[in-house]
Design a protein around this ligand. Structure first.
Ligand SMILES: [Ca+2]
Ligand SMILES: [Ca+2]
Length: 246
């Protein structure tokens, strides 16, 4: 319902006069509309609507300040020494303006980075990886450390997760990684797959995979250096959409 405007009240008063209505009737109608306007326009605030879906790429925080960007909302950017080891936030900014930004550990990898622009971007170096527009990339560490994008559930519920991990590098061994979605750091019930640009699948998809999470539970999207135990040319893209369905 639209709030009555001052213009409406003025017109109503005019109509009342034109119809030669008794003054009290005209005034009564005008007063009712004025009261309606006060009631409606006086209620300018409303309860915040809870968000029930998340997108890793569009919500990537490009700020260079770790205090404000990591964690950022439901997302944290970090790494683990092994598959289900402790999560460490990656607090060393990665900046390649205007193309990409992200977070790594102090030695540079593992790292998570993001194409900040709506055009494709080739990374830096002699053999750069290729990032589609707004892509999120994870790169594992030299000794098998995992790059981890962590989602922390804001409320109890059933969370549906869809997306894919995909190769970003075709140089030499190409992207050769093991990829995971792990709830609460437990391997049981996890999604696992492999990306192998030259020797296997160039991507691995997960569709409508459901996880029961309590408030504060974690869902970790992880990339390791794969079966060849070599981290070179291992940048792996991630599309991840999360929807709370119950
Ligand atoms: Ca590898
Ligand atoms: Ca590789």
């Amino acid at each position: 319902m639209k709030a009555a405007s001052a213009e409406t009240i003025r017109k109503l008063a005019f109509v009342g006069r034109a119809l030669r209505l008794p003054a009290f009737l005209s005034n009564l109608a005008t007063g009712v509309v004025a009261l309606q306007m006060i009631l409606i326009t006086g209620t300018t605030s409303f309860a915040a609507i809870p968000v029930t879906c998340w997108d890793a790429a569009s919500e990537f925080n490009d700020s260079t300040n770790p205090d404000t960007a990591n964690p950022s909302g439901a997302w944290s950017y970090g790494w683990k020494k092994t598959l289900t080891d402790k999560f460490f936030p990656a607090l060393t900014p990665i900046n390649d303006p205007p193309n990409s930004s992200g977070w790594g550990n102090a030695s540079g990898v593992p790292k998570i980075f993001h194409n900040t622009r709506s055009i494709s971007h080739s990374g830096s170096g002699v053999n750069p990886s290729a990032l589609p527009p707004h892509a999120v990339a994870l790169h594992p560490g030299l000794n098998g450390e995992y790059a981890v994008l962590r989602f922390t559930a804001p409320a109890d519920g059933t969370y549906k997760v869809s997306g894919q991990f995909y190769a970003m590098d075709d140089h030499e061994t190409g992207t050769t990684t093991d990829v995971w979605i792990i709830a609460n750091n437990e391997k049981t019930g996890a999604f696992s797959g492999r990306v192998d640009y030259h020797g296997g699948a160039k991507w691995t998809s997960f569709t409508s995979k459901e996880f029961q999470l309590k408030k504060g539970d974690t869902l970790d999207f992880q990339v390791g250096y794969g079966a060849n135990k070599n981290y070179e040319y291992d940048s792996t893209g991630l599309n991840a959409l999360i929807e709370k369905i119950k």
